[in-house]
Design a protein around this ligand. Sequence first.
Ligand code: NAD
Length: 467
Amino acid sequence: MKLEVIENIVKQVVKDLQQEGITMEASTYEYGVFDTMEAAISASEIAQKELMSYSLQERNSFVDAIRETILQKDHLDMISLMAVEETGIGRYSDKLIKNRVAAVKTPGKEVLETRAMTGHDGLTIEEFCPFGVIGAITPTTNPTETIINNSISMIVGGNTVVFSPHPRAKKVSTILVQMINKALEAAGAPNNLVTMVREPSIENTQIMMEHPKVRLLVATGGPGIVKQVLSSGKKAIGAGAGNPPVVVDETAHIEQAAKDIINGASFDNNVPCIAEKEVFVVEEVADQLVYHMKKNGAYEITDMSTLDTLVKKVTKDDGKPNPDFVGKSAKDLLALVGIVVDDSIHLIIARTSEHHHLVTEEMMMPILPIVSVPNVDIAIECAYRAELGNRHTAMMHSQNLEKLSKMARLLETTIFVKNAPSYAGIGVGGEGHTTFTIAGPTGEGITCARSFCRIRRCVLSEAFSLR
Ligand code: NAD
């Protein structure tokens, strides 16, 4: 779709929302957006108590209202476009896919199964029950997807949620929180099931993390914020950084592997934490892999000094990615070194050593290093080292079950995708539900409503065993 057409849609939707009463101008609160963190948390606490008077079925209908409002075409267009415009990260067409999948494939009440134990001593049940008010910290790279996904999972679990978005995603997060509350109100839900503070900041996040009314913290972001929530003294779920390697061996279907790697590594300009970040390919098929990658949308930088210049430009002095270039397109990045390409190029590739900066650092840019190695066993060992112990995500293209199994066992990643793009691991072209909070460090994995619940036991002694 042309940019002007999208801009006109956005302007119209913003106007419509303002007419409906959704605006960022007023000063007290509107649809879940508060002036202070204290007010956002207090409102959330009241809302959670109210929510407990509704049945699980009703909670499920509330989260269905969230799905419906997000899937409304003008809403989906707007939040996808605003996310790219405000953060400067990613691709509009891929944000559409990610927001849609968050709305459609985040599970509802079906994952909250009660467990029953019966016998001579009676009946015992164990149920997934809410924590209460959850404080959720969301990343710049998936600002809207994470809010949609977390809201559905947390509310159907009986919780309310106070979001602390990245300040660089303030506007789109505000619009989205208001949109969700508006839809919830129309569905008959209590007000303020989802709240946030008007001016997100590190200070406000600190207040949230320390607040006694917040019973569970959920951080989706880099290692710094995950460490902070884990040091908070509260129950915390950490969804941290990855640096996903891909192994390609000589038994793989090379052309398909090339296409899959391009699709995964260029998805949303490489910002997803699960996206392919480095490739280890067995020497004998390396040329073939690069050939097919170039035929399918990759541009190869062969001159090492050009690569060095590019890497220097997009890297800060401390070696971390320069945020100005995170999630930029391959075309824009190539322009930094004077290379002009058309929109058919989605990914930059370059042959490097195992120790290259692009291999060892999570850059979140569509520049993919390709490392040739003598055999598949060495490729798997390199992948293990490059993954940096995150145990997050890895991919392998191979028909050799023994080696696939070897890699899965050695890397111990939360997600291991075989013969497909990385995003198959979050339900895009792969079986299973989606999440945008992949909790590797704390072990909840592909989070869903269950992850944000406490298990409580209820016992009836000496009755109700029917066998
Ligand atoms: P980030 O760590 O810079 O920020 C994440 C969130 O934490 C933001 O809301 C930010 O404002 C907040 N934050 C960071 N430091 C803070 C501090 N000292 N005090 C209070 N709040 C603080 O990460 P980002 O650039 O927004 O996102 C990219 C990172 O997130 C990557 O490392 C990526 O791998 C990771 N990520 C992980 C997952 C997952 O599910 N595991 C999903 C998306 C992104």
